[in-house]
Design a protein around this ligand. Structure first.
Ligand SMILES: [Zn+2]
Length: 295
């Protein structure tokens, strides 16, 4: 049966790394954030020359995305439902790559899960990535810094008297709660939809890549291959990827983003919200807890 892998979780939780690792398998093909193509704000389908694909071409010259985007654009203009758009994407994918190939969608958000669960002729498998809340918080605050959404002076210049909102939005406590609420929501949704899923910590993936990739391969019913650890991108057509994806291949490796080791921004919320830390300790490390060091 045809299969699709959906990577779920918060942004900046290591989905690009996981996608690159999965791409080492000849059957698994990264296609990027498929669902964001249907986002009217991004409007990517109407400006395919501006969207870059990981094969090196803009979307309108990519051998896979160019014909696929044409089909999707027509359906999108005809106000087809998102489910129908997704169906069209899949049939174009299997036409191009063969029905043995498996697309890896890194859309991550919860919304598509509801649509995917009703696609009856494709077996959907979800890999739910969770990153340690301390590490995620430090990373998200750096994202805000990079986009000049951090310093009070920048915020006031940008938002005027409304600056208090983005100011609160970039506090560590807000990120802790955001992480906690949304990850629990995803877990609930996965349970409700009944989609087969596996939950993996970003930390687990970086520290024990072979162990975790073997587990994921077992779940996806594909053979584990060592190539999954080398991050050589064989045949992906990823659109809307992130910084790591655009790095040169030789510089890519399974490297852990360890900024939180030497930054203290997570300390206050970790003390004030112990239940979030408890949840973190249970959910991020379930695959390696008591397996590696206590034997
Ligand atoms: Zn391409």
């Amino acid at each position: 049966m045809r299969q699709l892998v959906y990577i779920s979780g918060r942004g900046h939780s290591g989905s690009t790394l996981l996608d690159l690792m999965l791409g080492g398998h000849p059957r698994l093909i990264g296609v990027g954030e498929v669902y964001s193509l249907f986002d009217p704000v991004r409007n990517s389908l109407n400006r395919p020359d501006k969207v870059r694909c990981s094969c090196g071409n803009p979307m309108d010259q990519c051998e896979f995305w160019s014909p696929t985007a044409d089909v999707l654009r027509q359906a999108y203009m005809g106000r087809e439902s998102k489910q129908e758009l997704y169906r069209l994407f899949l049939s174009s994918f299997y036409d191009h790559f063969g029905s043995d190939a498996i697309p890896v969608d890194i859309s991550k958000t919860d919304e598509p899960l509801d649509i995917l669960k009703d696609l009856d002729d494709v077996k959907i498998k979800v890999v739910f990535l969770v990153r340690d809340v301390r590490s995620w918080t430090v990373s998200m605050r750096d994202v805000a810094r990079r986009s000049k959404d951090f310093d009070v002076s920048d915020l006031v210049r940008k938002y005027g008297w409304r600056a208090w909102r983005p100011f609160i939005g970039r506090t560590s406590s807000k990120f802790f709660w955001h992480w906690y609420i949304l990850n629990r929501r995803t877990q609930r949704l996965l349970q409700e939809t009944g989609l087969p899923s596996i939950q993996v910590g970003y930390e687990e993936l970086c520290l024990y890549p072979d162990l975790i990739m073997k587990m994921i391969s077992g779940f996806l019913e594909v053979d584990y291959t060592e190539a999954m650890l080398t991050l050589t991108d064989t045949q992906s057509h990823v659109i809307h990827g992130n910084r790591m994806r655009s790095q040169q291949e030789k510089r890519r490796r399974v490297a852990y983003d360890d900024r939180w080791f030497y930054k203290l921004e997570w300390m206050l919320p970790a003390l004030v919200f112990p239940h979030i830390m408890r949840y973190n300790s249970v959910e991020v490390y379930r695959n390696i807890r008591d397996r590696i060091w206590n034997t």
